[in-house]
Design a protein around this ligand. Structure first.
Ligand code: GMT
Length: 381
């Protein structure tokens, strides 16, 4: 099948899921066409059946705002026609789903009827999409999509709560390819572990895009409480608007010497590989892909109990859930896991086993089934 995947090329979870999905589909023999404004950060290898098409808005001095959505629409029309695509798969509603709808209408005038599927990832619904400047367009594009998927049951509920959706919504959870994550640290991992924690300190980590919604200040506060009881180091990976504030907080709490700020990393698997615990205390989280990546590396997770996180992190099994902002409870649960080598080993094992539920081989066929369904019947909308 020839599949156009429309995505954000950045480190955000939706772009990562879209890229990994495309790569896995290509490995299975599908022809994949990634469409975005930049080379996707996770598209680090090429297969003969993967192509990348760049959207470049035309700059004209009259425009205070470059009309990206129109450039994307034209690109979707162009790629669909010239590459004979069978289906478009949009990751993140804004502006991908509405551009796909518009492209579909244009393609009808060329006697091409292409179905499009929209995968909602979270902030396109919970934070950005429901804003009045987007809401009517989002509602319309969700209802006009030939299929709609969301990454968790929680996001499905939120979508119905915030938008007048009449279309069916299917839940397909995010996934991991377990072979991309380490289980037994190799010599270079052990060397990194030695560099971060030379005296065998416990290694705690957090990976995100450093936006306010991630509540990274809670990570630092939980870490301070852990470190008051046991020797520990904290790795913070990622970059974003909160970074400066977090650097200041580390100074204020006098934990800087035990905190490693990594900035953006191409792949976080090397960090999970040496971690004993992963903390994700988000204000809202439709899924929490980073938590799943940690679990897949056998790292237990301390998270908030918001949104889709309870679907990813099983309380008392793969880690623990606490109310948003309850740093005392998060620290208490962290210490429970880190209490001894035996408890840590138990939770590590349970974390890994729990993550198998989200393995690529279970999730990929669910997307393929939708592609099959939409391309075998003629959809007239
Ligand atoms: O907030 C982020 O981490 C970025 C954002 C995105 O759109 O890329 O992530 C959302 O989609 C991810 C992939 O499906 C989910 O794992 C994240 O939970 C979700 N973020 C939020 O809901 C805040």
């Amino acid at each position: 099948m020839k599949i156009g995947i429309v995505l954000y090329p950045t480190f955000g979870g939706s772009g990562i899921v879209a890229t990994e999905l495309g790569k896995a589909l290509a490995e299975k023999g599908h022809e994949i066409h990634f469409i975005s404004y930049n080379h996707p950060v996770k598209l680090d290898h090429f297969l003969p059946n993967i192509r990348y098409h760049e959207v470049r808005p035309f700059h004209y001095p009259l425009f205070d705002y470059q009309p990206y959505e129109l450039a994307l629409t034209s690109k979707l029309v162009d790629v669909t026609r010239y590459e004979n695509l069978d289906i478009l798969h949009c990751h993140y509603a804004i502006p991908h789903a509405s551009a796909a709808y518009f492209a579909k209408q244009i393609l009808k005038t060329h006697n091409i009827n292409i179905p499009f599927i929209t995968t909602l990832h979270g902030t396109d619904i919970t934070l950005v999409g429901k804003h009045p400047s987007f809401e009517p367009v989002i509602t319309f594009s969700i209802n006009e999509s030939d299929a709609v998927t969301v990454v968790s049951e929680s996001l499905k509920k939120n979508t119905f709560r915030h938008f007048a959706v009449t279309n069916e919504i299917e839940v397909i959870p995010n996934f991991v390819e377990h072979t991309h994550y380490c289980h037994d640290p190799r010599p270079d991992d052990l060397a990194r572990m030695q560099a971060v924690a030379p005296n065998g300190e416990r290694i705690i980590s957090h990976v995100s895009n450093f936006r306010k919604v991630k509540r990274i200040e809670d990570v630092v506060r939980v870490f301070k409480k852990i470190r008051e009881k046991i020797p520990a180091k904290l790795i913070l990976a990622g970059d974003g608007p909160e970074r400066f504030k977090i650097e200041e907080l580390c100074k204020e709490l006098k934990v800087c010497k035990d905190v490693e700020m990594m900035g953006n990393v191409q792949t976080a698997s090397g960090i999970y590989c040496i971690s004993d615990l992963f903390i994700l205390p988000s204000q809202t989280e439709s899924f929490g892909l980073a938590a799943l990546e940690a679990l897949a590396s056998g790292v237990p997770v301390i998270s908030s109990n918001t949104g889709g996180l309870p679907e990813v992190n099983e309380h008392g099994v793969s880690g623990f859930l606490s109310n948003v902002g309850d740093v005392d409870d998060m620290a208490k649960n962290s210490l429970k896991i880190l209490a001894s080598n035996e408890t840590l080993a138990k939770y590590k094992k349970q974390a890994y086993e729990h993550s198998l539920k989200f393995s690529l081989k279970n999730v990929l066929p669910q997307y393929e089934a939708i592609y099959e369904r939409l391309t075998t019947k003629v959809v007239v909308k």
